[in-house]
Design a protein around this ligand. Structure first.
Ligand code: AHR
Length: 472
């Protein structure tokens, strides 16, 4: 948030401190939802410190930094309105209380009858903000989280918090911090499942918390092979409990790269300066772009159960956007999000890949076979268009992809959007912001419904096909 979304001293900010250049780049992603204030940050955040005229800076335990409180609930909701996203608030189930959580719902959603609704009105917001998405806690299963709880403690805490929050606004959609562990979910869903609409799980694949040694391109491609099981483990747990389809899955924090914040609880080591290593833009390469597209494709394939995924974080650290004093850098994965947001709309349809060439990644943990091509498709019936996303994970070989459209008549000329780069390790930076940028061209059919796509190594392509004469 500070120095990214919000910077009262930046020439790029509006009169209330929101970075307009950052907001415009985010708006271009057409984000349906943005989650705040954290992450671990939420587990020691007291929302009442961040409202009203006088904001007292505090020490924030989760990240052991100063929190000026100049960006609070009303600033977040204004930011969401500016970028066109629905807000999703993650409450403090660490050091927070059930009363504090339900009062936050009151501040945001109740009309003038309650204490905190009156306070909102006094702060200039007579109308309720109507925040729809609310999470109870963040990773309260983990020892790293302030206010971590046992499965039994968590289940009853979620149940009682949910009751209090729903008492204020029964229409909210409630999430609870979860993890793909059967014991954790058995307790949670037996005790509190009736109050929950979602479970929230997180996924980071390149574990850089303590040591900042980003995995190579090939290493990231090997990591991409575990994306399906990350999703399926949660699906199977819900299935075992008969809740698949009743409780939705939100992967509401995910990123190829884990954040870097070493020695977080150390009394002797420097725990703050190393966090600047997250800002090295050369870390974020075509590996991030190809992995991100692979994850989004997998999410599309699981769209009946995975109903929300939130890249984490949005700006700076490991984010899609790097904000600096003079402007912003759009990292490679930003362009994947931008392309998918623009193209991959509508209804997910089946896409098959046959005769997929592959490659093998050899690492300390052995050999991993990686299929080169990954594809996902959507149709927009109202516009009569098919969008086919094709990822080539291969580090150094192009793949001739023969595309066959079935079940509809494809127009003879399609539009092709490519995200490619000279090297698997290409990246964007302050002095070279467009090494990785989308290119647009036309692609003529080889025959009715058949296209030939030369998928470059380490690339993401989206084919945009007009479907003449409707879709069967
Ligand atoms: O490393 C960042 C942290 O990862 C997020 O704050 C938390 O939710 C997750 O453990």
């Amino acid at each position: 948030v500070y120095g990214g979304v919000f910077d009262q001293n930046s020439p790029h900010s509006d009169t209330r401190g929101l970075r307009i250049d950052v907001a415009e780049a985010i708006r271009a992603l057409n984000p349906p939802v943005i989650r705040w204030p954290g992450g671990c940050f939420a587990s020691s955040y007291h929302w009442r410190d961040g409202i009203g005229g006088e904001r007292e800076p505090v020490f924030h335990q989760s990240w052991r930094v100063g929190e000026p409180n100049s960006f609070g609930t009303d600033e977040f909701l204004r930011f969401c309105a500016l970028v066109g996203a629905e807000p999703y608030i993650c409450t403090n189930a660490g050091t927070g209380t059930i009363e504090e959580m339900s009062a936050w719902v009151e501040y945001c959603n109740l009309d003038g009858t309650g204490t905190w609704a009156r306070r909102r009105a006094a702060n200039g917001f007579a109308e309720p903000h109507r925040v729809r998405y609310w999470s109870i806690g963040n990773e309260n299963y983990g020892s790293w989280e302030i206010g971590a709880k046992s499965a039994a403690e968590w289940a009853s805490f979620v149940r009682e918090s949910a009751k209090a929050m729903r008492a204020v606004d029964p229409s909210i959609e409630l999430f609870a911090a979860s993890t793909p562990d059967i014991d954790w979910n058995l307790e949670l869903l037996r005790e509190a499942g009736e109050y929950l609409d979602w479970i929230s799980v997180h996924a980071y694949w390149d574990p850089l918390w303590e040591t900042n040694n980003p995995a190579s391109y090939e290493g990231c491609m090997a990591l991409s092979r575990s994306i399906p099981q990350t999703i399926e483990r949660t699906e199977h747990i819900l299935g075992a409990l008969g809740l698949l389809g009743k409780i939705k899955i939100a992967i509401d924090e995910w990123n190829l790269r884990g954040w870097h914040h070493p020695h977080r609880w150390s009394a002797t080591k420097d725990y703050r300066t190393p966090r600047n290593l997250n800002d090295i833009n050369s870390t974020y390469t075509m590996a991030d772009a190809v992995f991100t597209a692979s994850f989004l494709n997998e999410s599309l394939r699981h769209c009946t159960t995975v109903r929300m995924t939130n890249f984490s974080p949005l700006v700076n650290v490991r984010g899609l956007i790097y904000a600096h004093r003079d402007g912003i850098v759009l990292r490679p994965a930003y362009h994947v999000f931008s392309l998918y947001a623009e193209q991959m709309a509508g209804e997910v349809v089946d896409a098959w890949v046959n005769a997929n060439p592959g490659f093998t990644v050899t690492s300390e943990s052995g050999e991993t076979a990686v299929p080169a091509i990954d594809a996902a498709a959507t149709v927009d019936r109202s516009e009569g268009r098919l969008h086919l996303a094709v990822v080539n994970r291969h580090p150094n070989q192009a793949v001739e992809v023969s595309i066959e459209v079935r079940g509809a008549h494809a127009a003879p000329v399609a539009r092709l959007h490519r995200i490619e780069a000279p090297s698997a390790d290409s990246y964007n930076d302050v002095d070279a912001p467009s090494v990785v940028a989308p290119r647009r061209e036309e692609l003529r059919a080889l025959a009715p419904g058949r296209f030939g796509l030369a998928a470059a190594p380490h690339s993401v392509s989206v084919l945009d096909v007009d479907l003449a004469a409707g879709i069967r």
